[in-house]
Design a protein around this ligand. Sequence first.
Ligand code: ZN
Length: 394
Amino acid sequence: MVAFFIFPAFTGFGENNKIEEIIDAVDSSMLFNYVETIQNFGTHPTGSEACQEVAEYIYNEFSSIGLNTTYYEWSDGKYEGKNVVAVLKGETNSSVILTAHYDSYPGSPGADDDGSGIACLLMAAKILSKYEFYHTIKFVAFSGEEQGSLGSSSYVRYLYDGGEDIIANINVDTVGHATSKETGNIIRSLTNEASIWLSDVAEEICNTYSDKIALQLYRHANFGGSDHQSFVNYGYEAIFFVEYEFNKNMHTPDDTIEHVNISYLTKVCKLIVATTAKIADMHFSVRVRFAEPRLGSVYINDRKILSLKEHHAVIFGRVYAIADVISNEEIRRVEFYFDGEVDGFCNSKPYSYIYDNIALFSHSIKVVAVSENTSDMSKIDIIMFNLLPPGPPH
Ligand SMILES: [Zn+2]
């Protein structure tokens, strides 16, 4: 990708120049080197010595950039491993978390899955660390993904329990394969309802910088299958980027750099780095989250009786919901939904609501905070067992 003509953006703000510079800094030969280095460790499944070596390689890359880098150790009974975490401190402690996984499928050198994502992660760290952002950016390389997103589940739970304010997860898994002009111009983005705004941001980047990036966004509804799901499970907003064309070499010994299209990977990397930068500088006027019920807990009505290792919230009786609203605008109302339908409202702090629906098993609750100019929503899944008749008015 070479842009022969560069038109200066006519803007009174520095933002466009910053994003343009960031896009232009993505270096395809460096991406090639990252992918090649990772595949040359050979197959590196979670728990293997090669996996440990890849972790050290990533750790050293992050450190050499000057980022505060640590290992996050996780274990899941059967497996254990380390995530590599690098932090670029922002003005706020709210975080935008860019992720990819460094473990490979057993037997596969993992050039595309997910050497391509790790290459984007390292490139992003290298470029973005030269700038300042409003929010904190975390770069996280997970292991345990191929065994069921074990490294990310443990890490996200840790952040959730610590009360981290996560603005968004941007997850990059298998983004380097394209064998035709058509598939080389499309990238898939997967988002759930609460995260659609992340696809909107990515699409805006594609449109604004089409001459530099030349990618179309192919939007999907969310499905699991990568580490973003760990964020979704804890009620956070996440976008998952994955290549448009299916790579038949995935999870085989042939997942090598020969099947990675570096100019495609370069375009995807530009999109990801620019999207991350854009979100890390966004100011939000309204944000809402469920403070109660807590995920990973068992309740009897409003009383928490147990913590669960899993992300589920299990409630016997009525659901006592409390919404945390962070806002610099006046909140007009907070709406509480049950299985997609409005169930009731709350107009003043604390924003609480009692779901007294007679219901069994899996349901979803959603909260929407509406201000004068905008709104924000958050949605979580709960397991409830309530046969109590609707109670006194709330
Ligand atoms: Zn993967």
